[in-house]
Design a binder for this molecule. Sequence first.
Ligand SMILES: Cc1ncc(COP(=O)(O)O)c(C=O)c1O
Length: 387
Amino acid sequence: MITRQDYLLREDITFLNHGSFGACPKELLQEQRRWIEQLEQQPVLYFRELMHQMQKARTVLADYVGTKASNLVYITNSTFGVNVAAHAIAQLLQPGDEILSNDHEYGACNRAWNAHAVSKGAIYVQQHIPIPVPNSSDLLELLWSGVTPKTRVLFLSHITSPTGVQLPVAELCKRARENDIITIVDGSHSPGHIPLDLSTLGCDIYTANCHKWMCTPKGSAFLWARDQWLERMKPLVVSWGSDIPTTKDGYFVDEQEFLGTRDHSPFLTVPYAIEWMRRNSWESVQNRCRELTQQGVKMLCSIGGVRSISVAGQDPLLQLGTVMLPDNTDTDAMKTWLYDERCIEVVVHRWLDAPILRFSVHAHTSESDIRALVGAVQEYLDNGISA
Ligand SMILES: Cc1ncc(COP(=O)(O)O)c(C=O)c1O
């Protein structure tokens, strides 16, 4: 069984924010270290064999997320992936064409769309999702109601960052496809967290981080595209690429993955991480985490003025628990108090003027971590520190 001792996490901190940057267990860091040492022992040999090793690592990850190795490349993070996608799609847009998104998206990705598409005359539409968040079928209709005759692209997160809500991606992609709308999904929070099968999800382009919920070293993520998009996905950093083909996997892989001398150890550690998850019965790890998340949400919602982010109650399938705090909560002050006075690392912020607390539950999280959070929130609100 995986425990907190398997991680480097500091003992004095109740760490309930796995969602922001992940946390990598010692065993996976050791595997990463093994790759780094192999490189430093014989750098030239390492780079000679690298293409083959990367191909193997790509195949294992592709299998894990239900696709082929030729449609997927390793990238450093999903912000990078969104940039590549936005740049590629922007070439197809006319001034006035609309990219439909929503107001729960990650800020860096909004900026990527602005830089690549809005600057050329496209319109980035952020459909409003109210808080508390409607149930999945209402959410589907609400997001879809933002489609106009000018909508060419739908961009959305699989699980939103500021509010920890799973969006009805498969249903939206199906409708988008029937209406010739290109779909791009930011799956930063999905791999290792919710089931992911790219062969059936139905989107055109998908990018995600491994370094969050799969616990791999920082700088391990992927970008996936359907066959028809591969040649359009031009590299943002131009290196040797397909002038000197390095793999049999084609243009997309050669152009996107081989960007000169850089650290490949986070990517090469991914197959080991997938094996580590299997060896540790990931499904049962996840079931425990989901239960603990639900318990945490329930306990927090029993505190006066705290309620679920979702009108239908917390989505039972996630390891992110999100609640709304009393309206008058000074979220910055509360976050600082939780960290400075109670050593609790958790997300507390205002989103669309709603005061929100988002906690993460992962293999290293214990019931006592959740009790510590609930006790501290109760103490803070009872003492009227928020008034
Ligand atoms: C929904 C979402 N998209 C994108 C990102 C960016 O991830 P990265 O910094 O690894 O690119 C995050 C990070 O928290 C996120 O939650």
